[in-house]
Design a protein around this ligand. Structure first.
Ligand SMILES: Nc1nc2c(ncn2[C@@H]2O[C@H](COP(=O)(O)OP(=O)(O)O)[C@@H](O)[C@H]2O)c(=O)[nH]1
Ligand SMILES: [Mg+2]
Length: 333
């Protein structure tokens, strides 16, 4: 298994059609088995033994940009416009997009729409798009997104955009993944200011008011500014930008702002990213341990029965399980 992974990492690094297929397989692996994320580090270390010119650590994108907001606010359209603008600005730099589909079955059409729209970039070899399904990943999706972002770093993406719906509607805590979080709001969505109250205000590094071509965007802009001024627990003055993702106005300004924020703030990111990496690895280890213990517990249903009957405590059974697990390991050696 691990040898497989090393080879996939080697192929992905080398690029070309084979490299793209390898990267896709690595992403699937990260999505399906997020606890395997640390194996990427191990594979990188092994690949690097053969080639000392490689960086010590698995390369990371310069910027992981979270884009969040209510469904319909224009996140996908904005991601698309950003990808185009980034690519035009610097054709040498690769861009990644991770789109997390909302799990609600009512949004099935929009999800398909996303895929269709992103197909525009299908022929651009510098753009990598991956959509992840939020279904069936309860709990594990954040780690899965991190794994996919890591693979995008491996293949040399400069910026990776992570699109998710806002807090409370998605299992992804975008703040745990992204360096900067842009919250998208749009006029004609009664729930915009409501969304802010539901926690989006706290996570925003910047606000993008989209659909500037529509009536009401100016009002929303001033509403937002006054809410921000009223808010006591706001971050230090988040930036607010008015854009139209469809008419492509304000996009260059948005990129300039993102570049500036990255330049100003990225000195803090290595420490932050390292802290997250430790947390991810811990989570992977705990996931592994939990899976092993769960398997063991399933083979002794009588223990569970005894707990229900009241003859043993949960602590007793947990202790027994841990002992059995460590004995099994010894005999497995
Ligand atoms: N008028 C206008 N419509 C937009 C703009 N951006 C997105 N839309 C439309 O809003 C709808 C939802 O956009 P989408 O990107 O799928 O939103 P998401 O659910 O947040 O990803 C689509 O019909 C878009 O064409 C914009 O700047 N102006
Ligand atoms: Mg979308």
């Amino acid at each position: 298994m691990t040898n497989d992974l090393i080879q996939l990492v080697e192929f992905a690094l080398a690029g070309g059609p084979k490299g793209i297929r390898a990267a896709g397989r690595l992403m699937s692996l990260m999505e399906d088995s997020p606890w395997r994320l640390p194996e990427l580090f191990r594979a990188w270390a092994q690949v690097r033994e053969q080639d000392q010119s490689l960086s010590e650590q698995l390369p990371m994108p310069r910027l992981l940009l979270g884009i969040t907001g209510a469904p319909g606010s224009g996140k996908s359209t904005l991601s698309d416009a950003l990808v185009t603008a980034y690519r035009e600005k610097n054709p040498d730099q690769k861009i990644g997009v991770i789109a997390v589909d909302p799990s609600s079955p009512f949004t099935g059409g929009a999800v398909l729409g996303d895929r269709v729209r992103m197909m525009r970039h299908a022929t651009d070899k510098g753009v990598f798009i991956r959509s992840l399904s939020a279904r069936g990943h309860l709990g594990g999706l954040t780690l899965g997104v991190k794994g996919v972002a890591r693979v995008m770093g491996l293949i040399g993406c400069d910026v990776v955009i992570i699109e998710t719906v806002g807090v409370g509607q998605s299992e992804v805590e975008v703040t745990q993944v992204a360096d900067l979080v842009a919250v998208v709001l749009a006029p004609g969505q009664g729930d915009s200011i409501q969304m802010l109250k539901a926690g989006l205000m706290e996570i925003a590094d910047l606000f993008v008011i989209n659909k500037a071509d529509r009536e009401g965007s100016g009002t929303l802009y001033s509403q937002l500014l006054s809410s921000l001024q009223l808010s006591m627990d706001k971050k230090a003055d988040p930036d607010v930008l008015l854009v139209s993702a469809v008419e492509k106005t304000g996009i260059d300004e948005l990129i300039a702002l993102l570049d500036k924020r990255t330049e100003d703030e990225s000195a803090n990111w290595p420490a932050l990213r390292e802290k997250r990496m430790y947390a991810d690895v811990s989570e992977s280890v705990l996931d592994q341990a939990r899976m092993r213990l769960a398997k063991l517990l399933a083979t002794s249903p009588e223990e569970t029965k005894k707990i229900i009957e009241g003859s043993v405590t949960v602590q007793d059974v947990a202790q027994k399980l841990l002992e059995k697990a460590s004995r099994d390991k010894v005999s497995a050696n």
